[in-house]
Design a protein around this ligand. Structure first.
Ligand code: CP
Ligand code: NVA
Length: 328
């Protein structure tokens, strides 16, 4: 059956069928090839989009801006201090106003209910640019990157996520892998295990797609992995928890030894970025001065041939462009 995503919001991969996700990936491959060939069809000419950011961003903001501009759309960027939203005007009223001006709305912030409400009240497609519990545009870019680097169909790929296994990236991966029939291991401490609610939801989908979604604290679970994935140990807004996280997550740091444990010489290392892999950031340096090494991956792994994090970063743009093109 033909896939038509016009007018749809992109709030979580759980809202999409495997064929719809496949369609967005194929469109991403196609738009990437067209960009490489210098071809633009200005598919979004005459469209206006607004980007709402309540948390900081490099990749997601720039990917939306460049992706939209390359296809001929106009972009407005609003950070948390430059609109009335939530302070002088309710979310519902703001959404109703934005829906009168814009053809699509991107939102990055805290609660998932905010993207849901924006979609409910604006009447235009809303795209989730990260919430506390999901980051679906990142997963599309990661799947595209896997298809470029791993010579297997997605449903034969094993991804191991090492670290904070109840953050937005883990949950987004669990949803994506469940939908695409992949093998996913959340590898982290019991104290940070995925919630039962999320595990139950993905197991329901896995029954249909043949996916395997597991949690493990045992490093033997990395065996035969195609992908080792990591993310910061404390997400935006959780910085006060850093000392406790360092204690809990240091055994789950991605090292060459962990990559070797996979038994796969071609295993790839992936990271949504930004990453703490050296002491060239203010945060990593300041915490180290206080006795906490917050690096979730060693510099050796990050700079090795295994790391494809910058290909992933590039693919944010191609996949976000595809999401806008598909839904507008
Ligand atoms: N990966 C990602 O979402 O990066 P930004 O926080 O820079 O947008
Ligand atoms: N878990 C991270 C992802 C950043 C892209 C955070 O929310 O800060």
């Amino acid at each position: 059956m033909a896939v038509n995503l016009k007018g749809r919001s992109f709030l979580t991969l759980m809202d999409f069928t495997p064929s719809e996700i496949r369609y967005m990936l194929d469109l991403s491959h196609d738009l990437k090839a067209k960009k490489r060939a210098g071809i633009s069809n200005y598919i979004l000419k005459g469209k206006n989009i607004v980007l709402l950011f309540e948390k900081t961003s490099t990749r997601t903001r720039c990917a939306f801006e460049v992706g939209a501009l390359e296809e001929g759309a106009h972009v407005t960027y609003l950070d948390q201090n430059s609109s009335q939203m939530g302070k002088k005007e309710s979310l519902e009223d703001t959404a109703k106003v934005l829906g009168r001006y814009y053809d699509g709305i991107e939102y990055r912030g805290y609660k998932q209910s905010v993207v849901e409400d924006l979609a409910k009240y604006s009447g235009v497609p809303v795209w989730n640019g990260l919430t506390d519990v999901d980051h679906p545009t990142q997963i599309l870019a990661d799947m595209l990157t896997i298809e470029e680097h791993v010579a297997k169909p997605l449903n034969k790929v094993k991804v191991v996520f090492a670290g904070d296994t109840r953050n937005n990236m883990t949950y987004a991966w669990m949803y994506g892998c469940a939908k695409m029939g992949m093998h996913f291991v959340a590898f982290g401490p019991q104290e940070l295990a995925p919630s039962k609610e999320v595990m139950d939801r993905v197991q329901e989908v896995a029954k249909e797609t043949g996916a395997i979604i597991e949690f493990s604290s045992d490093s033997a679970s990395v065996q035969n992995a195609d992908v080792i994935y990591s993310d910061v140990w404390a997400s935006m807004g959780e910085e006060d928890q850093i000392p406790a996280r360092v204690k809990l997550l240091t055994p789950y740091k991605v090292t060459m030894e962990l990559l070797q444990k996979t038994g796969n010489p071609d295993v790839i290392f992936m990271h949504c970025l930004p990453a703490f892999h050296d002491f060239e950031t203010k945060m990593a340096k300041e915490w180290m001065d206080k006795g906490f090494d917050i690096r979730e991956v060693t510099d050796e792994v990050f700079r090795s041939r295994h790391c494809v994090a910058f290909d992933e970063a590039e693919n944010r743009m191609h996949t976000i462009k595809a999401i806008m093109v598909a839904t507008l």
